[in-house]
Write a protein that binds this ligand. Structure first.
Ligand code: NAD
Length: 518
């Protein structure tokens, strides 16, 4: 297929997957790594060593336009393929992701800082969305009503939108892009991915593997960039829909701007997820759950538990005692060292921001039970490491409670009874996930029914829906009415068309009143 005008002169030769460009990681446009016109660049760090490993180009609006042109060319071919043929590409893509799992997880661990096992876990959750998308022939089936009137049939079908875009956060460089691109592409769209500029290498490999799986060049383009690149995407008239995941201020901006520009938009934002511990809960299970959910991935998960709400002082005292020992003994180290439970934060700037929140909590009068600010990792003194931090007696008026910290900081809030605990959860501006730990079925059922959050866990700390359900929060954690993956993903990336078809045996004459089928 012909390349879109203007691409060949700016594109570098294809590079083998593992070869590294030490100065700048290229974009990926029309099936090859491409330098394009970007002259601005951003740093990419290895958070475990604190060293800058490479630069990433920050795409200009003409770079975005070039990638969109590539997508428009690819869309014409790809959308014409049958859903079954597209599904076969998704099956091969799934196999390639599995085969390259260690390589992809290593890229994530090196640039994000999460430990290798966690990176493999994130990849697996992304692969499950590809597996869901393999069922696209079934998922795209419409409805059919035979004989809604004499000689009249009615049916609905779902058609792809065209070129659609995804803008993703640093904390899941494989899973979140796969949430979006797998359903979008399986539905027949061409997808433009703008991954986080902090860990851009894995997304480029995803695109290379999709081409290897048989997708035509341009079905998945990757342009790197920052706020300026995002604004160019939001302004581009040919982009039909934008899927965004990131922090709430940016999610609001993307939602408002994309909608004002006439685009379909889903925009997921930040979180402050609560786990309520009832007095009857199994505390061993609750403490294990809190440890993993608050400190896994150094707390840099949108579904991390950052607030434990203990019901009753006896529950709170016991929770504090057990948590304190475990938080102090977290195994902290480089992301690739076996046995490490928590790696570094993503950048030095983010490390400073999280450490500043810990200082703020002390100023605000919270009780800092475990202070992880002085942690040292031998041989990695320049890494962006922060130890686990535990605050007790946090109140809802404190900023450390109200704001998303996005680091290894757990706030313990005390509630007198279940009603107060529920009121605390529901009073927060965010509503991504919420969990309850209890042995009582009715308590759990009431909580699930009344809590104001999009994803609810009962004795499950991180209730991330599987690929065939949809992911999304409430309140200021999500803007737009369709969630990620599952049937919402298929709906978001397709337009519904309803056809009324009459094959009359004889002429029916003109009707001047509103047609009523008989
Ligand atoms: P971020 O909002 O800083 O960045 C997200 C994306 O937006 C990136 O691609 C970035 O380049 C771009 N961006 C940054 N600033 C921008 C601006 N001013 N204008 C336009 N685009 C801009 O988020 P992050 O730090 O990469 O990721 C962490 C955040 O993402 C947390 O708030 C976390 O809760 C959230 N998150 C939410 C979900 C969810 O599903 N609700 C999932 C994962 C992460």
């Amino acid at each position: 297929m012909a390349a879109p005008a203007g691409t060949s002169s700016t594109r570098s030769a294809p590079l083998p997957g593992n070869s590294r460009t030490p100065d700048a990681l290229p974009h990926f446009v029309h099936g090859v790594r491409a330098t394009l016109a970007s002259d601005r660049r951003g740093p990419v760090w290895n958070p475990s060593t604190g060293r800058q490993e490479r630069e990433v180009p920050l795409a200009t609006s003409s770079d975005v336009a070039e990638a969109v042109s590539s997508g428009e060319v690819a869309f014409l071919q790809w959308a014409a393929w049958s859903p079954l043929k597209r599904a076969r590409v998704m099956f091969r893509f799934r196999d390639l992701l599995q085969e390259h799992a260690t390589e992809l997880a290593s890229l994530i661990a090196a640039e994000h800082g999460k430990v290798l096992a966690d990176a493999l876990g994130e990849l697996q959750r992304g692969i499950e969305v590809v597996e869901f998308a393999c069922g696209i022939p079934h998922l795209l089936k419409g409805e059919f009503s035979s004989g809604v009137s004499t000689g009249v049939d009615m049916y609905s079908l779902r058609q792809p939108l065209g070129v659609v875009a995804g803008i993703t956060p640093f904390n899941f460089p494989a899973m979140v892009p796969l949430w979006m691109l797998a359903p979008a592409i399986a539905c027949g769209n061409a997808f433009l991915l703008k991954p986080s500029e902090k860990d851009p290498s894995c997304p480029v490999r995803l695109a290379e593997l999709l081409v290897e799986a048989g997708a035509p060049a341009g079905v998945l383009n990757v342009v790197h960039g920052d706020a300026g690149t995002v604004d160019a995407i939001l302004a581009h008239p040919a982009i039909q829909a934008v899927s965004f995941v990131g922090s709430t201020p940016v999610a609001r901006h993307v939602y408002a701007t994309a909608a004002a520009n006439g685009k379909r938009v889903q925009s997921m934002g930040g979180a402050k997820n609560h786990l309520v511990v009832m007095p009857d809960a199994d505390l061993d299970q609750a403490v294990d759950a809190l440890l993993g959910a608050a400190f896994g991935s150094a707390g840099e998960r949108c579904m991390a538990i950052s607030v434990a709400v203990a019901v009753g002082d006896a529950t709170a005292d016991e929770l504090r005692r057990r948590l304190a020992d475990r938080v102090r003994s977290l195994r902290i180290g480089p992301s690739t060292t076996p046995g490490v439970e928590m790696g570094p934060l993503v950048t030095a700037a983010h490390h400073h921001r999280v450490a500043a929140y810990v200082a703020l909590g002390v100023e605000e009068g919270a009780d800092l039970v475990v202070d992880g600010r002085n942690v040292r990792v031998d041989g990695h003194e320049d890494g962006f490491f922060l130890g686990g931090c535990l605050f007790d007696r946090v109140t809802t008026s404190m900023r450390i409670y109200q704001e998303e910290i996005f680091g290894p900081v757990l706030c313990l809030v005390r509630a007198a009874d279940p009603a107060e605990a529920l009121g605390i959860v529901n009073g927060h501006e965010f509503g991504n996930g919420a969990s309850v730990f209890t042995r009582d079925g009715n308590t759990a059922r009431e909580f699930a029914d009344r809590v104001q959050a999009g994803m609810v866990g009962v004795n499950v700390p991180i209730p991330v829906p599987l690929a065939f359900y949809s992911f999304g929060g409430w309140k200021h954690s999500a803007f737009g009415d369709q969630n990620q993956h599952g049937m919402d993903g298929v709906r978001f990336f397709t337009k519904l068309k309803t056809v009324t078809s009459r094959w009359p045996a004889a002429t029916t004459g003109s009707e001047f009143t509103m047609p009523n089928l008989k």
